[in-house]
Design a protein around this ligand. Structure first.
Ligand SMILES: [Zn+2]
Length: 261
């Protein structure tokens, strides 16, 4: 994100649905999702639909459980019990949706589905970039904006300045609209940092450490090299007019933390 006080262009959903309306700006999303034949827009089939249908061999094992089927049943029951227990634990903490985060210490704060493109990365697109942003908003306002279906932008993660707390707003397999460039969006994870590019006091030690640990985990997961060719600032995205994270972001410190050196 980062608007530098520039007036926002009107970004109503109606305007966004008209191809070509964003002339002069690199699209943050596909030109025409309504007619795009890509499977990205087709929701994942329910697990039951993908389960292989097993033909039953007549006369064999009908009613007499084999050792294998008993084992299978036992495992299934065990798994179900574990899942139920986990569900109870999550529900007991009032964070049922927390089970959907990709980064264990993040808190799930889902963005509006109108602000990103559902996908199944890294199958649909490789993930080989991390894009670093500065919000130009407070943490709370950023989460609110991401939940506003008219905002037309969001990032996967938002890191809080004061304590490095991390909210995840979009699943990593989905394509968040954060880079202002569809190609870069398809192959990146976007991380927002609470603060303003001209106020370095927002870039706290807690934030650097928490964000670097997150980026390192993302790089390890997808095999992304931990270098400045793959961990980039929003300002480095071709076609962008954004300047974040700006000159006050300490890249040397950040990259050392990401690399654990
Ligand atoms: Zn940005």
């Amino acid at each position: 994100m980062e608007h530098l006080g520039r007036p926002r262009l009107p970004q109503t959903p109606a305007a966004l649905s008209r191809p070509g309306i964003r002339s002069g700006h690199t699209p943050d999303r596909e030109p025409d999702p309504a007619t795009d034949p890509a499977t990205d827009h087709i929701p994942d089939p329910a697990p039951a639909a993908t389960a292989p249908v097993r033909a039953r061999t007549p006369g064999v094992g009908a009613g007499v459980p084999t050792r294998r089927s008993l084992l299978r049943t036992g495992l299934a029951v065990g798994a179900a019990a574990t899942a139920a227990l986990a569900g109870d634990l999550w529900a007991g903490q009032g964070t049922a949706a927390a089970a959907t985060v990709d980064y264990p210490s993040a808190t799930w704060a889902p963005a509006s589905t109108a602000n990103y493109t559902a996908s199944n990365r890294p199958t649909s697109y490789p993930i080989n970039l991390v894009v670093i942003h500065v919000t130009q908003e407070t943490f709370a306002d950023t989460i609110r904006l991401f939940q506003d279906p008219a905002h037309a932008a969001c990032a996967h993660y938002v890191v809080r300045s004061a304590d490095g707390a991390i909210d995840q707003c979009v699943r990593e397999h989905d394509i968040a609209w954060h880079a202002g460039n569809w190609d870069y969006n398809t192959r990146s994870i976007g991380i927002e940092h609470e603060g303003w590019v001209d106020q370095p006091s927002y870039f706290t030690t807690a934030m650097y450490h928490a964000s670097a640990a997150l980026t390192a985990a993302i790089c390890d997961k997808y095999g992304i090299p931990k270098d400045r060719n793959h961990i980039i600032g929003h300002s480095q995205v071709p076609g962008t007019d954004h300047t974040d994270p700006g000159p006050n972001w300490d890249w040397v410190r950040y990259m050392r933390l990401v690399n654990g050196t």
